[in-house]
Design a protein around this ligand. Structure first.
Ligand SMILES: [Zn+2]
Length: 259
């Protein structure tokens, strides 16, 4: 199940257009931030299919589902939405995120047979009273020039057959690797509609969204950043390794280790 869970419903056909948004987020608004934020805030305030940032590309909603991304019923239903994140942050990081967003858009155009044009590559401000995509417009010389730039870049990447990796969370890693970051984190598992919490020793399942919000809020207050969120797949079942590790009894003697 996707993070947003198909809350706006299935489209029932391929998307026919793509919006490149700017998230109006700070340097800290990376993909991990949105991974946690989307799970702990009402989705009615808006969300996109993809969040492209300097840590990774988060897919928050399946392509086949609609999203509340532009305040326009037609395009919420029919368009794919890609957020170029950290748009109030460092210029070079933003431009790199924007390039990755355009590469992802090219991949999706090839996948769904969308021909890039004025009517298929859209800016949020064309359909709604907003400055979005504010940073792109500022850096590329206005809305009209930005749109031309987006279309040209997407065509270029389509010609290259460029593809870019994305996922519904960070790729799974081993519990041992987690030590470098501090041990607490949250994770979900492909096909399981539940979020789990590893507190450094034990795994618990959140029974209610408020519990998840509480833990994430406290973590952020204590650490000044979002808790790490990961997504495990059945192909690489690190959740099973983590369970075995967390359930192991403490070492009380080194005799069994040949000492
Ligand atoms: Zn937007």
């Amino acid at each position: 199940m996707s993070i947003c869970g198909g809350i706006v419903g299935a489209r029932g056909r391929n998307p026919n257009s793509i919006f490149i948004h700017n998230d109006a987020g700070s340097q800290a608004s990376n993909a991990n931030h949105y991974n946690v934020w989307l799970r702990t805030h009402p989705l009615g305030s808006g969300f996109a299919h993809y969040y492209v940032a300097d840590d990774y590309i988060l897919q928050a909603e399946d392509d086949g589902n609609c999203a509340w991304h532009c305040g326009n019923d037609y395009y919420n239903a029919n368009a794919l939405s890609i957020e170029a994140c950290q748009s109030f942050g460092d210029k070079n990081i933003f431009l790199s995120n924007e390039q990755k967003a355009l590469k992802l858009a090219a991949q999706k155009c090839n996948q769904y047979g969308i021909v890039p044009s004025e009517s298929t590559i859209r800016l949020h401000q064309e359909v709604f009273a907003t400055a979005c995509p504010h940073r792109s417009v500022e850096l590329h010389g206005g809305a009209k020039a930005t749109k031309q730039y987006f279309i040209a870049e997407i065509k270029k990447y389509m010609g290259n057959g460029a593809t870019i990796d994305y996922g519904q969370g960070l790729p799974g890693i081993s519990p041992e690797e987690m030590e470098a970051e501090g041990m607490e984190y949250i994770f979900d598992i492909e096909g399981v509609g539940c979020v789990f919490y590893f507190d450094g020793q034990n795994i618990k399942a959140f029974a209610h969204g408020d519990e998840l919000k509480l833990i994430c809020d406290i973590y952020k207050a204590n650490h000044g950043k979002d808790i790490t969120a990961r997504h495990y797949t059945k192909k690489a079942p690190w959740y099973q390794r983590l369970l075995e590790f967390s359930a192991r009894k403490p070492v009380t003697s080194f005799k069994g280790f040949g000492l």
